[in-house]
Design a protein around this ligand. Structure first.
Ligand code: FE2
Length: 325
């Protein structure tokens, strides 16, 4: 039977249907940010308006009805509280009428697992890069099977930094792709580069890049910002690769849509004689199918989530989440 997934952690509301790991539908609607960024209550209001029609659209596109659904996954966190709550309430409402089991899903696990299952990656080193977080991870079985964090940002996510820079440079949303476009053909300017072991920080870099705007061509600043932050991520990833000796690298999360980062990671993989994988952009952007993919795995492994294990958690860390596969 099919599994429904609802993603609502930030500006995107996504509803997807999967069956046997295959994506049958993946519908979405977006809250369009103004220059001030996302206003959580307004995004949540929009998600609340859209979630009913979007669930219907996802079922219709998958050519199924609610009776064909065996589980409903929703994003428990991390994310914005009001937005997360919409997804949870939608899942609880559908389940209340149908008795379908509800499965809370960690957003980062979903980003990674949709890529991992697509490529059949058994035990990869993962670079997870999003607005809210940036981490280097791999699966460990001790003390329970989960994604261990080898390195991570000590301040803000790389996507958040790129978004902030794009706002300072007055670029169009979606900001990540706007920065990538602006950076084409730019020339390198030296910028602060902060890697501490396998951890990294981005706020100093962001402040420096924003200050350079106006004094230097914005194309050069955008180019240098990308080169610097992606080099930091790749240096830390390569260090983790030496440590863990993994034979595959997996790139996932919203910033995995950036072609320059993909190329840099690919060249690291090539130099080590291993493979690098990144999903198509539609699955790296926030979406409902990735939530359904994880919910289906939990269901197959017989996990049950009573109401006290559900709810939302705005700071839901990936290394606290048991994965049973
Ligand atoms: Fe995300």
């Amino acid at each position: 039977m099919a599994v429904l997934g609802i993603e609502s952690s930030a500006h995107t509301l996504g509803v997807g249907v999967v069956e046997g790991g295959r994506v049958l539908s993946n519908e979405k609607s977006m809250y369009h940010m103004g220059p001030g960024g996302i206003i959580p209550a307004k995004a949540a209001d929009l998600h609340a308006d859209n979630v009913g029609p979007l669930v219907s659209a996802a079922l219709k596109r998958a050519h199924i009805s609610v009776r064909d659904i065996s589980a409903i996954g929703y994003t428990k966190g991390p994310g914005l509280g009001p937005c997360l709550r919409v997804g949870q309430l939608a899942a609880e409402t559908i389940a209340a009428h149908s008795g379908i089991p509800i499965i809370p899903v960690n957003h980062a696990v979903a980003h990674i697992e949709v890529t991992r299952s697509m490529f059949g990656a058994r035990d990869p080193l993962v670079l997870y890069v999003s607005g809210g977080n940036s981490q280097i991870l791999a699966i460990t079985d001790s003390p329970f099977r989960h994604y261990h964090v080898y390195g991570e940002t000590l301040d803000i996510g790389v996507g958040n930094m790129l978004d902030n820079f794009a706002r300072a440079a007055d670029l169009d949303p979606a900001w990540g792709s706007s920065v990538e476009r602006l950076a084409r053909g730019g020339r390198y300017i030296q910028m602060p580069y902060t890697v501490k072991g396998m951890d990294f920080t981005f706020t100093g870099l962001m402040t420096n890049a924003s200050r350079l705007l106006g004094g230097r061509p914005s194309r050069d600043v955008a180019y240098s910002l990308q080169e610097t932050c992606f080099s930091m991520l790749c240096e830390a990833t390569e260090r983790a690769l030496f440590l863990t000796r993994k034979s595959e690298i997996l790139l996932s999360g919203g910033v995995a849509q950036n072609s320059r980062l993909r190329a840099m990671l690919e060249s690291i993989a090539q130099s080590h004689g291993i493979r690098a994988h990144a999903a198509p952009n539609s699955l790296n952007a926030d979406n409902g199918a990735m939530i359904a993919v994880v919910a289906e795995k939990y269901q197959e492994k017989g996990f049950r989530f009573p109401s006290k294990a559900r709810g939302i958690d705005q700071r839901y860390r990936i290394d606290t989440v048991e994965i049973g596969w």
